[in-house]
Design a protein around this ligand. Structure first.
Ligand SMILES: O=C(O)C(=O)COP(=O)(O)O
Length: 308
């Protein structure tokens, strides 16, 4: 019987359905990497989320491995080149958390435009400031989306009805299959957008893509949203752009370093977290009660269609 090892917290639907397909499934969400290295030689399948890195060492310890199932979207924690060279199939489940990301991104945008966090904090501290909390409307604005895959499309779909023009750039996709956004070049996005939202994977190419130089080219002040990966963005450059007025507000669901800073970076994070124009969430854009289940179901469906 073929065996699958689950090394993170997945909704039980995946295990249940995989067992129904005849796999033997070991669900060990708290397992440490050293233990995985010891036992992985017996498994044909490995199911992960973000925190487990499928690197050269892991792949070398897995002679029978036929597939890695990524419960979620991003593949940046998998050494894709080595895995593919070994003929290991990779499946992921962006369809399972795209709705969550679309809603979360819109939520961050509306919150920033209407000062929800700042106003709420002020009132709790006895401050009643209407002028300082005057908001912006989405109506009539242009929203630029970089990356028009499942996540970018989910965000664009939710913007329909707000009276905005949505323009999107996708390096790998032309002739979009929906009407929620019109195709644009990178230059057009930089030129016309009032809101910029990233929905691209972290790759060698996108790492630190949004830096000081990139942000200088925008023609108008923008609201900036990142629910993709923190390392795509140079956070210091975003802070500087907020302070210069180039960025009116930044919604960051992901930070350059996941979780809290190490000591040397503390000052910089202090500035970020105390900034009234910054809204932070702990990488939960795609992490809802609903997506927890949907991700597992999508992954199981893809496993069923996998030829191994
Ligand atoms: O689906 C993705 O790419 C995510 O970022 C979700 O992260 P997670 O696997 O829930 O830690």
């Amino acid at each position: 019987m073929k065996k699958i090892l689950i090394v993170d917290d997945l909704h039980p639907a995946f295990k249940l359905e995989a067992e129904g397909m005849g796999f033997e499934v070991d669900d060990l969400p708290l397992i440490k990497k050293a233990e995985v290295l010891e036992i992985l030689k017996d498994y044909e399948g490995l199911a992960i989320r973000t925190k487990f890195r499928v690197d050269a060492e892991v792949l070398a310890a897995a002679p029978k491995l036929k597939f890695v199932a990524r419960a979620g979207a991003g593949m940046d924690n998998i050494d894709v080149d080595i895995a593919e060279a070994k003929g290991i199939k990779l499946i992921n489940a962006p369809e399972g958390n795209a709705d969550a990301v679309g809603e979360h991104t819109l939520g961050m945008l509306l919150s920033l435009m209407n000062n929800f966090r700042k106003a709420d904090t002020e009132i709790r501290n006895g401050i009643w400031d209407r002028e300082g909390n005057r908001g912006y409307e989405l109506m009539g604005k242009t929203v630029g989306i970089i990356g028009y895959g499942h996540m970018g499309q989910a965000f664009a779909k939710r913007l329909a009805g707000f009276g905005v023009k949505v323009i999107a750039y996708d390096k790998y996709k032309t002739r979009f299959t929906d009407d929620y956004a019109s195709e644009a070049s990178m230059e057009e996005i930089v030129k016309y957008c009032d809101v910029l939202s990233l929905h691209i994977p972290l790759t060698r190419e996108t790492k630190q893509m949004v830096d000081e130089e990139y942000l200088r080219h925008f023609r108008r002040p923008i609201f900036f949203l990142n629910a993709a990966r923190g390392e795509i963005v140079n956070t210091k450059a975003v802070l500087n752009a907020i302070n210069s007025g180039q960025i009116l507000g930044a919604g960051l669901d992901v930070l350059e370093k996941e979780k809290f800073p190490t000591l040397g970076e503390a000052d910089f994070y202090e500035a970020l977290k105390n900034h009234p124009k910054v809204l932070l969430t702990p990488h939960v854009g795609g992490w809802t009660f609903d997506s927890y289940r949907k991700i597992s179901e999508v992954l199981a469906r893809k496993l069923k269609n996998l030829e191994i």
